[in-house]
Design a protein around this ligand. Structure first.
Ligand code: GLU
Length: 505
């Protein structure tokens, strides 16, 4: 049987930074396209000139670059179905608008915003549709000579779809199943505005999905209400046979589960809702992004993949390749997914453990630089290997490992109070003497030497080791002490002991 080529698209409107929900939508499209060896298209839906925000398209493309989600076609890629920016497809839409008008399936309306407002004030539930359109100023009610004159005079108008009332419109959604609505609830939506010569979302979206031969439309739940209108448009154009299958993804919900996730939830609880940092070009306000917060792209994608889909068992940490293999639209859930941002941190932690120490060390280098540390990479790798299990983010490695690179600037008061005894200085001096005699300084060698000194003197191990740690780290934390001495080396170890004696004695 003929099976059409799988072609899916992500179709953001450049009205600001990409929301994290949009990233999930794009990623599901990516997983599906890659699994089906199909094409993934980026289409910029910039027909709403009022809401256009400069820099938003660049932001979207940079976000996907960072995440490693690649497109086969798009404004940045080219392709055989371009242009991929709707504002560059003006002339294409005009023909389809004209076609609907001449087929009697759409009409021109001259009602001004003030006239519409007056109608709304008159009737509480005013809707421009079969029940009201004959009392409005449009080509269905005005004589042709008058409409011609109005257009001639440059009066602004819109083109509205003419919805037949009382029809059952059925949308077969791959996730939600069959959804039927009565066409009377749909208003005669505006398809085109003469003011800017641009179509609205409804028309441009359908025409482009058709012309770009889109096979599945995987989009966010918020677009579900417009699906019946889209089905009607496919019928009006006679394109039912090539209509894409729809899949409306569940909403991302607030972490508490009540209502839609918003930017305010992120501000309130301290997590980003955008992939990258974004500075509003008008207000200059900056919002943080997942990249800047220290998320690894794969960890973020793994986290998002499981918000609205699961592989059918309880596996959670899945590589991109595994996600591609396992993904299916049918396994997406109908109900909203709580945005458990703590789980996102957990994923980042898991991915840090999965990455090699060398990879994490590379990511840690710029942070070390910021702290004025220029350490040899071998040393950074060793330090990372000892503390990475303690962190969720690469940037937190500094707090956990600074003592590998710089001596403590101060000593934790509580620890000093508890551990620093009358004879501590004396003991530490003795310890420095022992260390001085060592020729090898590996962890086992140093440990052995220190331990046999302790036993021969019958010193209390805890007493000595605690102040030794205080001298090296400045507080009662950190990995195995002799791993630290090995990494910082003999000279630095002795220097820190002497410094501590001077400071605390
Ligand atoms: N431009 C719409 C948006 O911003 C596209 C919705 C769709 O995928 O059809 O989300």
């Amino acid at each position: 049987m003929f099976r059409r080529k799988i072609r899916v698209r992500f179709a953001p409107s450049p009205t600001g930074p990409l929301h994290i929900g949009g990233v999930r939508t794009a990623f599901y499209n990516y997983l599906f396209a890659t699994k089906e060896k199909g094409d993934l298209i980026l289409r910029i839906e910039d027909t709403d000139s009022q809401r256009f925000v400069p820099g938003a398209e660049e932001y979207i493309i940079e976000s996907f670059d960072w995440l490693g989600i690649s497109f086969d076609e798009g404004p940045h890629k080219g392709g055989n179905y371009g242009p991929y920016r709707q504002s560059e497809r003006k002339s294409i839409y005009r023909q389809y608008v004209d076609r609907l008008i001449s087929d009697g399936l759409a009409y021109i309306a001259f009602d001004t915003p003030a006239e519409l407002e007056a109608k709304r004030n008159e009737h509480a539930n005013f809707q421009y549709d079969a029940s009201t359109r004959m009392s409005m100023r449009n080509t269905l009610t005005l004589p042709p000579t008058e409409t011609a004159a109005l257009i001639e005079a440059g009066k602004q108008y819109v083109v509205r779809i003419k919805i037949e009332p009382n029809r059952t419109i059925t949308v077969n959604d791959l996730i939600r199943g069959k959804v039927s609505v009565n066409s009377s609830i749909i208003d005669d939506k505006v398809l085109f505005k003469s003011s800017d010569g641009l179509p609205t979302y409804h028309l441009a979206n359908i025409v482009d999905d058709h012309l770009m031969e889109i096979s599945q439309v995987i989009r966010g739940e918020e677009w579900l209400p417009s699906a019946p209108l889209h089905v009607i448009l496919y019928q009006y154009f006679g394109w039912e046979d090539s209509m894409p299958q729809f899949a409306h993804l569940p909403l991302l919900l607030k972490p508490e589960g009540n209502g839609k996730l918003s930017k305010r939830d992120g501000d309130r609880l301290g997590f980003p809702v955008f992939p990258l940092q974004w500075t509003d070009p008008k207000t200059g306000e900056t919002a943080t992004g997942y990249r800047e917060a220290g998320y690894l792209p794969d960890a973020l994608l793994n986290f998002l993949a499981l918000l609205g889909w699961n592989p059918g068992d309880d596996r959670e940490v899945l590589s991109i390749e595994e996600l591609i293999q396992l993904f299916s639209i049918e396994k997406c859930s109908k109900s909203g997914a709580k945005f458990d941002y703590k789980k996102g941190e957990w994923f980042n932690h898991q991915y840090i453990q999965l990455k090699s120490n060398a990879e994490i060390a590379d990511l840690f280098l710029p942070i070390l630089k910021e702290h004025g540390v220029d350490a040899p990479i071998d040393k950074v790798i060793k330090a990372v290997s000892l503390v990475k299990e303690r962190v969720n983010f690469v940037k937190d490695l500094w707090e956990q490992s600074a003592f590998f690179f710089i001596p403590p600037a101060s000593y934790d008061e509580k620890t000093v109070k508890k551990r620093w005894k009358e004879d501590s200085a004396e003991k530490l001096t003795e310890l420095a003497g022992i260390l001085q005699t060592l020729t090898g300084f590996s962890a086992p060698e140093t440990e052995q030497a220190v331990m046999s000194w302790l036993t021969s003197k019958a010193y209390h191990t805890g007493d000595i080791m605690n102040v030794f740690r205080l001298a090296l780290v400045g507080e009662a934390k950190g990995p195995h002490l002799f791993d630290i001495t090995e990494i910082i080396g003999k000279e630095e170890t002795i220097y820190r002991i002497e410094k501590t004696i001077k400071n605390l004695a």
